[in-house]
Design a protein around this ligand. Structure first.
Ligand code: SF4
Ligand code: SF4
Length: 345
């Protein structure tokens, strides 16, 4: 079913925008809410104003597929041990200089020489024909920019298939609402830093991301928070405390992942995060009262495991993507002390 681009199959009227005077439009897909003049593109270059109509230009422009363990997202309390078909497109609404997916996130639709259109039905067929797959993850670049395409796929999938985003969390509340209506039940959200760091590097307002986390949690979407700790950018105690306090004000059971940075893109001059820096961040968040704090990108580290937050017994052991369970996931209770363990499955 995959087809070569014919009559602009990637172009589709954007779901969320409104018209201003003189054929100018405002895009309401993400919180940048770009004002876009006639015949010009929004900041992410996936939205174009043509005579006062805003079009998405990357619908069905899939840059890659893979079948991945859910732990790779990383989500540790959401269908642990399962596999999701992971799809990505191109472009991003942030410009992080450390981006590990820069080859697709820094590419825009006009730069793709031979785009291949993948209809939503083809994604659904891939999922239904592989018995390992129990979910879909929209990931790699920023999935919010594929809002229309993701919604089409979600609406075609049955409710047994979980639907999740790996995101910077910068969608508008309207976009988040549409996704939840279409079946989104999980999000891995990256917090890049405190307010000034996110403003400096991503030209964005991190408070909007926290609002989305709050709203998603209130609407029973499973959320886990990822902080990639980058030396000289956000490796400070004040940030670890701020993130922890924000999560505590929403839900003490939201898992927090401090993950290790490795040099990439424009940050090849920065050393990988020292492991003791991450361990210190973990200790701070745990001492402040968060129930589930993890480290990531450190193969075999014991702080990638899940322990009962009451009695500290080992519940899930992770070595890379090898998972061993010491808990009955159906019961979701600690086998030692009986504490309820918040795991969605
Ligand atoms: S999706 Fe965001 S960055 Fe892209 S045009 Fe719309 S508001 Fe701007
Ligand atoms: S938000 Fe993610 S995909 Fe986008 S530039 Fe930043 S790291 Fe890359």
């Amino acid at each position: 079913m995959t087809s070569k681009a014919g009559k602009k199959p990637f172009r589709r009227e954007t779901l969320l925008y409104h018209q201003l005077d003189n054929d100018v439009v405002r895009c309401n897909t993400c919180s940048h809410q770009c004002t876009i003049l006639k015949d010009t593109l929004g900041l992410c270059k996936t939205k174009r104003n043509e005579k006062g109509i805003l079009y998405s230009l990357n619908c069905g422009m899939v840059s890659s597929y893979s079948v991945n363990p859910i732990e790779k997202k990383p989500l540790f309390h959401y269908y642990p041990g399962s596999y999701a078909l992971t799809i990505g497109s191109i472009s991003c609404n942030f410009d992080c200089p450390w981006c590990q997916n820069w080859s697709i996130s820094k590419t825009n639709p006009a730069q793709v020489l031979k785009p291949v259109f993948t209809p939503p039905e083809e994604i659904v067929q891939k999922i239904n024909s592989d018995s390992r797959i129990t979910g879909i993850s929209v990931s790699f670049n920023e999935p919010t920019l594929s809002l229309e395409y993701a919604i089409d796929i979600f609406n075609l999938l049955n409710s047994e298939i979980y639907k999740m985003f790996v995101t910077n969390g910068y969608m508008t509340q309207q976009a988040l609402g549409l996704l939840i209506e279409s079946g989104l039940t999980g999000m891995s959200v990256t917090i890049k830093g405190d307010e000034s760091t996110v403003k400096k590097y991503c030209k964005a307002d991190v408070n909007k991301v926290w609002e989305n986390i709050h709203n998603a949690n209130n609407q029973e979407v499973h959320v886990e928070i990822i902080c990639l700790i980058i030396p000289t950018v956000n490796d400070n105690h004040q940030f670890y405390k701020e993130v922890t306090n924000k999560i505590l004000s929403i839900n003490e059971n939201i898992p927090l992942h401090f993950t290790r940075f490795f040099p990439d893109y424009q940050f090849t001059h920065v050393e990988p995060t020292p492991i003791d820096t991450l361990e210190k961040a973990h200790a701070i968040a745990e001492q402040m009262g968060l129930n589930y704090v993890y480290l990531g990108n450190i193969y075999g580290h014991p702080l990638e495991n899940t322990y009962c937050h009451q009695c500290n017994i080992l519940l899930i052991k992770r070595t890379g993507y090898q998972i061993s369970f010491f808990i009955d996931l159906e019961l979701r209770k600690c086998p030692n002390c009986g504490e309820e363990i918040p795991i969605k499955c």
